[in-house]
Unconditional design. Structure first.
Length: 284
């Protein structure tokens, strides 16, 4: 994710504006042989909006540009735009413009979003030793379909930021195995994750039964969950665990001194940190 933070005055309030752009490609982020154009458009917009959630800001406007395959029918193109508009409308966000091109390659969708916040935008580089590490939702098995249907955690991120001082936050797109080291590196810290604490999605268990890999491995490595990973003072963790509503929040570990990242079993033994995750070059 690349983002630019701009201060903007709106009346007497100083608003921080986030500029974000993202791409979604046929054969990588979706597959038009199996997925509908509406699903592709929805996912493309929601991927961009998920980065707004990761910085605890609200989306204010979206731009949608597409490179359409020359053989695509007009109705399919319209369906794609309707899917993207619906994703943005879920957060009262207008699609204010964009561009359309035709070429002889696969569908490519570019989405740019403007986000706004009246408070500091959260980043991934302020985690502190002793912080609790938390995730939202359940992880793993998203490629069974959730990678197309997820809802960005914009509302939950706003609620969290209003209740506690979050030191660092990002969304889980490439997998916990890949994204947690990114947060730790940006903050100059290490981490320990307790394997038994992982919130495992039923889809991860379904995949585990199919391929024989442990369900916790899928929760760690599958990626495309678009949940939130964040660090906050351990003394304040109980406050977020008591938030009303059905959103699941789990403490999965702790931020540590140094740079080592450890996966720990309940009995204190450790496992090698998985060196795999969702790979954007191959979509696997």
């Amino acid at each position: 994710m690349a983002a630019v933070e701009l201060p903007v005055r709106a009346g007497e309030s100083l608003v921080l504006a986030l500029l974000k752009i993202d791409q979604s490609l046929d054969g990588v982020h979706f597959d038009l042989r199996r997925h509908t154009p509406a699903q592709a458009g929805r996912k493309a917009v929601n991927r961009c909006l998920s980065d707004c959630a990761a910085m605890a800001c609200r989306p204010a406007a979206v731009l949608l540009a597409v490179a359409l395959p020359h053989h695509i029918e007009e109705g399919m193109a319209r369906e794609l735009f309707i899917g993207g508009q619906a994703a943005a409308a879920a957060f009262n966000t207008p699609v204010v413009g964009g561009d359309t091109a035709i070429w002889d390659q696969r569908l490519a969708i570019s989405v740019a979003a403007l986000g706004a916040a009246t408070g500091p935008l959260l980043r991934r580089n302020q985690a502190r030793p002793g912080d609790a590490l938390c995730v939202t939702g359940n992880l793993g098995g998203s490629l069974l379909g959730r990678h197309l249907t997820f809802t960005p955690r914009i509302d939950l991120a706003q609620r969290l930021a209003a209740v506690v001082d979050i030191h660092a936050m990002m969304d889980i797109s490439d997998s916990l195995a890949i994204d947690l080291p990114r947060l730790a590196q940006a903050s100059g810290v290490g981490a320990v994750v307790y394997r038994q604490a992982l919130p495992i999605h039923q889809d991860a268990r379904t995949l585990s039964a199919q391929d024989g890999r442990p369900d916790w491995f899928h929760a760690f490595c599958d990626g495309e969950d678009y949940e939130l990973l964040f660090a906050l003072d351990e003394a304040h963790a109980h406050r977020i665990l008591q938030l009303p509503g059905d959103d699941r929040i789990t403490v999965i570990g702790q931020v540590t001194d140094g740079r080592e990242i450890t996966l720990r079993n309940e009995d204190g033994t450790t496992l090698p940190w998985p060196q795999t995750g969702w790979e954007y070059r191959t979509g696997a």
